[in-house]
Design a protein around this ligand. Structure first.
Ligand SMILES: NC(=O)c1ccc[n+]([C@@H]2O[C@H](COP(=O)([O-])OP(=O)(O)OC[C@H]3O[C@@H](n4cnc5c(N)ncnc54)[C@H](O)[C@@H]3O)[C@@H](O)[C@H]2O)c1
Length: 483
């Protein structure tokens, strides 16, 4: 699973940073050789092990990277800013995409994350330089075409704006920014420079999400009118992230980059001014899907949240949030509930769209909630869509009493037929979105999550924290969603 945070336990390994092998293009054999020499990375492990558990009835191959080989592609020169947990995940996915040449890695944790990723890329035969300061990188690495940014949220705007102004295309992780001013400056910089800016809401490029939206909702109208939505990302209690003492960043460097201490540097998500807390970190992925599938931005939000479990001295943002959005969709009113909490992982994460003819439960995960549809007993038959392969054959739900002695009430509702969404992603979760970005850089695709969409999502999500503070139902003005 693409976790939102990770504790990097590996120590940086490999040869000295200035040991540069000859530069040449990466081919598939290099990738495999590289993989065999970096066992600690577990490049494929995190996604594959889960896929094997998935017992699907009918599989549709949905690989985003088609038959492209590096031989017929011009090389795109790429840099990574932010080589932490997510930088590593994105790199693992990018190493599977042909035609990319990695030239630079920028990370202020020089002695740990930067060193680890530079050494990894050298094992893949890239002549790559490490930088602490992104402006120095942009000054020296003139040949860069694109920059991938995976730094803490409060750095997204300065990093993105500087890269765009230096003439680079940018893939920037979500949440677009922790402030609306920051997000706005990113939209404007993309517009002014004419460079591409993709925001890392990777579900927008996920073939299962695209299938559900384009085929099941738009074309087949299997859900009928969507009236209610709910989604959640629940997590069990986890300890704060630590660091190996010998690799601690000196205090003056931390301060220079906006961090008060190593605790704050490692756990930036929980701090006001640096991240937005769990609802922004996790909710931004799923609330983005609410807007996408409903074809609308919300009109109102109300929310309740607080530090119900964690110590507010070390966890400034809310550990528990429950939010309700109201939408005026083309079909009528819809309400959406979103919950995130960090004390119990019950049922993990998913989105659930409920219409007057059917229900869709889906998630990015191939192991948990990868896509189930329930046809309402009164809805028209779905035979046509089963024959077309849009959904699987139904599994009939028989209502049974929990205990053999129990007697069921005859008025018990008939359970709806259960179908599956027959789309399996056989690549790491972020690969299709990165592939879409690099295809757009080559001029062969349109971005699936350009700056304007990232901005709409940022407006939608950041207002939850405001509503909690205000203890009021807040409204959105339609013009708020546009820059
Ligand atoms: N799309 C997804 O599924 C997903 C998943 C996880 C994280 N993310 C996003 O990725 C980003 C990074 O998250 P993470 O979990 O990797 O955090 P992290 O703390 O593990 O990594 C951040 C890295 O950025 C470096 N850094 C901090 N300030 C810097 C600066 N000014 N210049 C250069 N490097 C700097 C740090 O040293 C660290 O290596 C966040 O925006 C997060 O929301 C997205």
């Amino acid at each position: 699973m693409a976790e939102e945070d990770g504790n990097d336990k590996d120590t940086p390994s490999g040869k000295a940073v200035d040991d540069k092998p000859a530069r040449r293009r990466l081919d598939r054999r290099d990738v495999l050789l590289g993989l065999s020499t970096v066992p600690a990375l577990g490049l494929f492990g995190y996604a594959w092990s889960k896929k094997h558990q998935y017992d699907q009835v009918q599989k549709t191959a949905a690989s985003a990277s088609k038959a492209a080989t590096s031989a017929n592609l011009s090389e795109i020169n790429v840099a990574l800013i932010g080589a932490g947990a997510q930088g590593q995940v994105l790199l693992d996915a990018m190493l599977r995409i042909p035609g990319l040449g990695f030239r630079a890695v920028c990370d202020i944790w020089k002695e740990y994350n930067q060193k680890r990723v530079v050494n990894t890329l050298k094992k893949f035969k890239f002549e790559v330089n490490g930088y602490e300061d992104h402006r120095e990188m942009l000054d020296k690495e003139k040949q860069l075409d694109a920059v991938v940014i995976a730094t803490p949220d409060f750095w997204h705007a300065p990093h993105t704006v500087d890269c765009l102004k230096a003439g680079k295309h940018v893939y920037c992780e979500k949440e677009m920014s922790n402030t609306l001013d920051g997000a706005k400056s990113m939209v404007l910089a993309a517009r002014e420079t004419g460079k591409l800016l993709q925001i890392g809401h990777q579900r927008r490029s996920h073939p299962r999400y695209q299938h559900c939206y384009e085929k099941l909702i738009q074309e087949a109208h299997l859900l009928g009118r969507i009236v209610t939505v709910n989604g959640q990302w629940n997590r069990a209690v986890s300890p704060d992230l630590g660091w190996p003492e010998r690799y601690a960043i000196p205090g003056d460097r931390l301060k220079q980059y906006g961090f008060k201490s190593m605790e704050q540097f490692r756990n930036w998500r929980w701090f006001k001014g640096l991240g937005g807390g769990p609802v922004v970190d996790l909710g931004s992925h799923q609330i983005d899907i609410f807007n996408w599938f409903l074809g609308a931005s919300p009109s109102h939000v109300m929310a309740s949240g607080g530090n119900d479990y964690h110590d507010p001295a070390t966890h400034e943002w809310y550990d528990t949030v429950m939010a309700i959005y109201e939408y005026e969709t083309k079909a009528g009113k819809a309400r959406a509930y979103y919950q995130t909490q960090t004390t119990n992982g019950s049922q993990g994460y998913f989105e659930n769209f409920m219409g007057d003819q059917g229900t869709l439960v889906l998630s990015e995960s191939e192991a948990n909630n990868p896509g189930l549809l329930y046809r309402d007993p009164n809805a028209p038959a779905w035979d046509e869509w089963v024959q077309k392969g849009y959904v699987t054959e139904p599994k009939l739900q028989e209502k049974k009493a929990e205990s053999e002695q129990a007697v069921l009430d005859v008025r018990e509702s008939v359970s709806p037929d259960q179908h599956r969404v027959p789309i399996v992603l056989r690549d790491p979760y972020h690969q299709p979105h990165l592939q879409n970005f690099f295809d757009a850089v080559r001029g062969t695709a349109k971005l699936n999550c350009p700056a304007e969409i990232g901005y709409e999502t940022a407006v939608t999500v950041l207002k939850v924290n405001e509503a909690i503070e205000a203890k009021q139902r807040l409204s959105f003005r339609p013009e708020e969603f546009r820059v």
